[in-house]
Design a protein around this ligand. Structure first.
Ligand code: UD1
Length: 341
C-alpha cells in the first residue's frame, strides 16, 4: 500500500515516516522545507536504511500538488501533516495560516478527489476542546478557538467532514495532546524556529545554555502544585498511532466516514513535574523562575484514550521520563550540528 505523507520532513511527519517504514509501507513524502531541512531525509535513511521517496512540493501550489498526485495515482492513503503550527505567529499572520493550513488542505482534497484517492489521516489538535473537564473524550464539545492556528484545525476538520458527504472519502482525524520527545537515535526531532513557545524545547534550550532561564507561566492555578497540567505524549508513540489509523482505514473498521481519536497518554503532568522529571532523569539543574500566567492557557487538560485503545488497538508505551531523556539527547545532537545554536 502506497502512502503519501505531506509534511514528511517535519517533526511528527518524519517520525511517522520511520514507523510506516518499519510497518512495511511504501511511502512517498512531500514537504516545502518551510520548517524543516533536507538533511532530515538523510537522517531518516540512517535510521531505516532506505531512501525515502520524496519530492519538494508546496501544498499552497495547487497546480504543483495536482501534477504530483497525478503522477502517483497508486497512492491509497494520505497522512496530512503539512501545516504551520506556531500559535503566536498565527495571531500576527492569520492569513499565512489560513492560506497554508486551510487552503492547502482544500488543494489536497481537490487533487485526491480527481484521482479517486479516498483515505486521509488528518493531523488535528486537542486545542479544539479549549477549557474542558479532563479526562477529555471525543464527545467533548468543541470550543471556540483561542488562535488562528487553532481555528485552522477546527476549520480543516469541518472541511474534511463536509467532503466525506460528497464522495467515498474516509477520514480519521487524530487530535494530538502535547507531542514531545524525539527518536531514540537522536537523529530526528523537533527543529527549533526562533524562541520556542512550547515547554519542552524551552526546557532543553535553557539546559544547554541557549536560553538564560525558563519562565513557568503561573503557579496560582487550581492544580495540586499551582502550575498547568497537560498530557505529554512521546512523538514515537504518536507516530505509531498513525500506523494504527491506516490499518483502521484499510480494514474498513470505521462506523462513519469521519472518525475522531484523541491521542494522549491519559495522564496529566504539571509544568513543575515536567521540569523535575527533566532534571532527575538527565541529572541537569534547570534555571527557572515563576512568572505570570500566559494568556490563552487552559488550566488542565488530558485525554481519555479509551476510544483509540478500543478501535485502533493503540496506546502509548513511553512515559514522561523517556520523553525527557530523548528530548535532551536531541538537543545535544542539535548543538553538535550547530543547528539553532
Ligand atoms: C500548545 C498550543 C497548542 C498546540 C500545542 C502543540 C498554545 C496556547 N497552545 O499547547 O495549540 O496544539 O502547543 O504542541 O500555545 N509553559 C511554561 N513556560 C514556557 C512554555 C510553556 O510554563 O516557556 C507552560 C504553559 O503555560 C503550559 C505548558 O507549559 O502550561 C505547556 O505549554 P506548551 O508546550 O506551549 O503547550 P500548550 O500551550 O499546551
Amino acid at each position: 500500500m502506497k502512502i503519501l505523507v505531506t509534511g514528511g520532513t517535519g517533526y511528527i511527519g518524519s517520525h511517522t515516516a520511520v514507523e510506516l517504514h518499519h510497518a512495511g509501507y511504501d511511502i512517498i513524502a512531500i514537504d516545502n522545507f518551510d520548517n524543516s531541512y533536507p538533511d532530515v531525509l538523510d537522517n531518516i535513511k540512517k535510521i531505516t536504511g532506505k531512501e525515502l521517496a520524496f519530492e519538494k512540493v508546496d501544498i499552497r501550489d495547487k497546480q504543483a500538488l495536482k501534477s504530483f498526485i497525478n503522477k502517483h495515482k497508486d497512492i491509497e492513503a494520505v497522512i496530512h501533516f503539512a501545516a504551520f503550527k506556531a500559535v503566536g505567529e498565527s495571531v500576527q499572520l492569520p492569513l499565512k495560516y489560513y492560506e497554508n493550513n486551510v487552503g492547502g488542505t482544500v488543494n489536497l482534497l481537490e487533487a485526491l478527489r480527481e484521482n479517486n484517492i479516498n483515505n486521509i489521516v488528518f493531523s488535528s489538535s486537542c486545542t479544539v476542546y479549549g477549557e474542558a473537564n479532563p479526562p477529555v473524550d471525543e464527545n467533548c464539545p468543541i470550543s471556540s478557538a483561542q488562535s488562528p492556528y487553532g481555528n485552522t484545525k477546527q476549520i480543516c476538520e469541518e472541511v474534511l467532514f463536509d467532503q466525506t458527504k460528497t464522495c467515498d472519502l474516509k477520514v480519521v482525524s487524530l487530535r494530538y495532546f502535547n507531542p514531545v520527545g524525539a527518536h531514540d537515535s537522536a537523529l530526528i526531532g523537533e527543529l527549533p524556529i526562533g524562541v520556542p513557545n512550547n515547554l519542552v524545547p524551552f526546557i532543553t534550550q535553557t539546559a544547554i545554555g541557549k536560553r538564560d532561564m525558563l519562565t513557568v507561566h503561573g503557579n496560582d492555578y487550581p492544580t495540586p502544585d499551582g502550575t498547568c497540567i497537560r498530557d505529554y505524549i512521546h512523538v514515537v508513540d504518536l507516530a505509531k498511532a498513525h500506523v494504527a489509523a491506516l490499518k483502521f482505514l484499510r480494514e474498513k473498521k470505521y462506523k462513519e466516514s469521519f472518525s475522531i481519536f484523541n491521542l494522549g497518554t491519559g495522564k496529566g503532568n504539571s509544568v513543575l513535574e515536567v521540569i523535575q522529571t527533566f532534571e532527575k532523569v538527565n541529572s541537569v539543574k534547570l534555571n527557572y523562575k515563576i512568572g505570570p500566567r500566559r494568556i490563552g492557557d487552559v488550566v488542565q487538560i488530558y485525554a481519555s484514550c479509551n476510544k483509540a485503545l478500543k478501535e485502533l488497538g493503540w496506546k502509548t508505551e513511553r512515559d514522561l521520563e523517556n520523553c525527557m531523556v530523548t528530548s535532551w539527547a536531541w538537543e545535544k545532537h542539535l548543538k553538535q550540528l550547530a543547528i539553532g545554536h
